[in-house]
Design a binder for this molecule. Structure first.
Ligand code: SAH
Ligand code: SF4
Ligand code: F3S
Length: 439
């Protein structure tokens, strides 16, 4: 019997790439590969790349440069580029960088085995099509191996929104939903393998239409799976929220009280220029509706500062929106012009000014995050434990609000769900005491 070949995948970008990397590893498992976390011993290295902000391709080239000595030491090593940079610039990368044997775009992962075989024959293998067939239908089934308590599950991909700054509609293609029965099957399988929390993924997950009652219909069906204790979803768009998805936050116990709802800007002029098709006011009203059904909802958002045309007054409107909403978690970015997007043609805000605004926004968001975290002290939460902590005897998990919580306990094991009283708020986590098991 030949020794298994070893596969090393380096994942950049969003959670969808994390999920895709798992699926690619499983698919190549069928070709005799086992995963390794050491690039130096790999027979195949895949870079699963992200194209969302600047210097994406440059980062890939420099990473490839770092891999050159490995290829020199092991001429049999195959190097592949996957993900959103592969989709946008893969052909060019392959032409310019002889180290690259394989390029595969996000909608073609089910063709990996053929591409791998081609690379093994010494040919260059490239696939960046948007095929008609659904890659997930053709990806080999997930093996039955035991796994950790949390998992991602992609239910929707692609985006038809075309925000003026964003590459996703070009790299991931048009919006596609996976049929609910497939998702249910995969979820049941994950639960059998030890998963207790599933995060449903989509670039616009609440545009999901693989269930006749949309994302909330899917969530309600998933909630019926015994052994699945927690459901989350990300990322949503304000324009795709429907009444039942809001209602589910109030009446579906397994749906966690955490909502990531990017708004990008608080200025209506900038929102219009971004092609967001909502206003600051409509966003705030939407949040209010969620808070009526779930007052303790922890809200998370994404912001872009320095979008072309953003004035100090527009930026102030973003700060005002943040003050009005109150975020428990947030991600903020300096605008980055992406080739091929409409906004890339427009005059940019002075870079120093954009940096200064980003710092001001981040200072405000950090204050809100810290206040939210500090407000947890004294409260009782439930924690799903995932791994040992840094200190001996510690276990770390996530609360329903997605805060990292650590406890010192010799009874709690990975995969346990326990009631915990929060006793301290540290820089990036909470400390707690176990009060008891969750029945
Ligand atoms: N589908 C999600 C987000 C996708 S990208 C949504 O619609 O909200 C994740 C985040 O990256 C975006 O929310 C945005 O804040 C940021 N982003 C996307 N393109 C960007 C760009 N060109 N420059 C800076 N930030 C960007
Ligand atoms: Fe990008 Fe906008 Fe689509 Fe989000 S909704 S993926 S920001 S185009
Ligand atoms: Fe990046 Fe593609 Fe995700 S551009 S953020 S890896 S969808």
């Amino acid at each position: 019997m030949t020794a298994p070949k070893k596969l090393f995948i380096k994942t950049y970008g969003c959670q969808m790439n994390v999920y895709d990397s798992e699926r690619m590893a499983e698919s190549l498992g069928g070709q005799g590969y086992i995963a390794t976390d050491r690039a130096a011993e790999a027979d195949m290295i895949l870079l699963n790349t992200c194209h969302i902000r600047e210097k994406a391709a440059e980062k890939v080239y420099s990473e490839l440069g770092r891999l050159r000595p490995l290829k020199e030491a092991n001429p049999g090593l195959k190097i592949g580029v996957a993900g959103c940079v592969a989709q946008a610039e893969g052909a060019e990368i392959m032409a310019r960088q002889p180290l690259v044997d394989l390029v595969v775009g996000p909608q073609s992962y089910h063709r990996l085995p053929e591409l791998e075989a081609k690379a093994q024959r010494g040919e260059k293998a490239l696939d960046t099509d948007f095929p008609e067939e659904d890659k997930f239908d053709h990806l080999t089934a997930r093996p039955k191996a035991r796994r950790g308590p949390t998992a991602f599950l992609t239910v929707q991909e692609g985006c038809d929104k075309f925000c003026a700054f964003c590459v996703v509609p070009y790299t991931r293609g048009a919006e596609v939903s996976r049929p609910a029965d497939r998702v249910m099957g995969e979820a049941r399988d994950l639960v059998e393998r030890g998963v207790r929390e599933i995060t449903l993924l989509g670039q616009n997950v609440n545009a999901y239409h693989g269930h006749d009652r949309g994302l909330s219909g899917l969530i309600r069906d998933l909630a019926g799976i015994d052994g699945l204790e927690r459901i989350r979803f990300t990322t949503s768009h304000p324009n795709d929220m429907d009444d039942d998805l809001i209602a589910a936050h109030g009446d579906c116990d397994k749906l966690m009280p955490y909502l990531h709802l990017p708004v990008q800007s608080g200025s209506d002029k900038i929102l219009k220029a971004m092609n967001r098709k909502h206003t600051a006011e409509s966003y705030i009203r939407l949040i209010e509706r969620f808070r009526v059904v779930r007052p303790d909802l922890l809200l998370s958002g994404d912001f872009i500062v320095g979008f072309p045309g953003e004035t100090e007054a527009d930026f102030q409107a973003t700060l005002d929106l943040v003050e009005a909403v109150g975020y428990g978690q947030a991600y903020s970015f300096k605008y980055s012009a992406r080739p091929g997007t409409p906004a890339a043609e427009r005059a940019e805000v002075d870079a120093g000014e954009a940096d200064a605004r980003l710092q001001r926004l981040q200072a405000l968001l950090t204050r809100q995050q810290k206040a939210t975290q500090d407000g947890m002290v004294g409260r009782e939460v439930t924690v799903l434990f995932e791994k040992p902590g840094r200190m001996a005897g510690q276990m770390v998990g996530k609360s329903e609000y997605l805060h990292a919580v650590h406890v010192t306990s010799d009874t709690v094991v990975r995969g346990d769900l326990a009631k915990v009283r929060i006793v301290e708020s540290e820089r990036n986590s909470l400390g707690g005491e176990v009060i008891g098991a969750v029945s």
